[in-house]
Design a protein around this ligand. Structure first.
Ligand code: DGL
Length: 269
């Protein structure tokens, strides 16, 4: 019985890891579209096509529910996939909404009208495609009033992480935080709006300073998934868990093992 978790590459492992800890009895089938990562520099049509193909493969493998553990796919493809209609008994959900519900102090799934919230100045760090989509600002506007969002497109960070070059990733994170602070000197909260970025969370926190509350998605998505599966137990699906990649399985397995610090074995998708 498996829930599908999709990302362009390794970033979604930060969500998978949190979900496995929160839901130890649920199997997860993880799909990394490593051959086409990074998605963040692709156009919306291309991101939609790649995401749809991967989600369809996960549905066909027995997953009833697929989580897009990828902000770029959630921003550029999720709404379109949902609007054109999913097969009976199947669902696909993204990762923006749980994060925004936490930021705006809501219960999971609370769709009441927007209201004033505590936080007023929010820094968003995300891929160029996510920033260009303005999907985060749209979802936030459905839930909160008067929040000022400054978005920073973090070019190069996903590439460096996928290549295992964490020294480059760290240098890029510091320069993107500097660029953000020139536009918004005192953010109260910072959103790591790409599932790869929690792998660099300490660098973001150090560069932003201890006063800034950093939100990353792993634990929030896991908590909201647990709540969702309790309300929709039929969404746990069929088939076994595991790890699939469109890239080189040996190389992707090595990187994943390095990031999660436990043995991970990918098979060819
Ligand atoms: N980790 C993904 C995200 O959350 C995708 C990054 C990419 O492929 O550019 O946006």
């Amino acid at each position: 019985m498996a829930v599908g978790i999709f990302d362009s590459g390794l970033g979604g492992l930060t969500v998978l890891n949190a979900a496995q800890q929160r839901l130890p009895d649920v199997d997860f089938l993880y799909f990394a579209d490593s051959a086409h990562a990074p998605y963040g520099v692709r156009d919306a049509q291309n991101i939609y096509e790649l995401t749809k193909a991967a989600v369809t493969q996960l549905w066909d493998s027995g997953c009833n529910l697929v989580i897009l553990a990828c902000n770029t796919a959630s921003a550029a493809a999720l709404r379109r996939i949902q609007e054109e209609g999913v097969p009976p008994g199947k669902r696909v959900l993204g990762v923006f909404v749980p994060l925004i519900e936490a930021l705006t102090e809501r219960q999971w799934g609370d769709n009441s009208p927007p209201r004033e919230v505590e936080v007023k100045h929010v820094a968003l760090f995300a891929t160029p495609a996510t920033v260009a989509s303005r999907a985060f600002q749209r979802e936030l506007a459905f839930r909160a009033i008067g929040v000022d969002v400054e978005a920073q497109a973090c070019g190069g960070v996903v590439d460096a992480i996928e290549d295992g070059d964490l020294i480059l990733a760290e240098a890029l994170v510091r320069s993107h935080v500097d660029a953000l602070k020139r536009k918004m000197p005192d953010p109260q909260a910072a959103i790591l709006g790409c599932t790869h970025y929690p792998l660099m969370e300490q660098t973001f926190q150090d560069a932003l300073g201890a006063d800034v509350q950093v939100y990353s998605q792993g634990a929030l998505v896991a908590e909201s998934l647990a709540d969702y599966l309790q309300r929709h137990p039929d969404m746990i699906g069929e088939g076994a868990g595991g790890y699939l990649t469109t890239g080189n399985p040996a190389r992707v397995s090595d990187r994943a093992t390095q990031f999660l610090r436990r043995q991970i074995r990918f098979d060819a998708a």
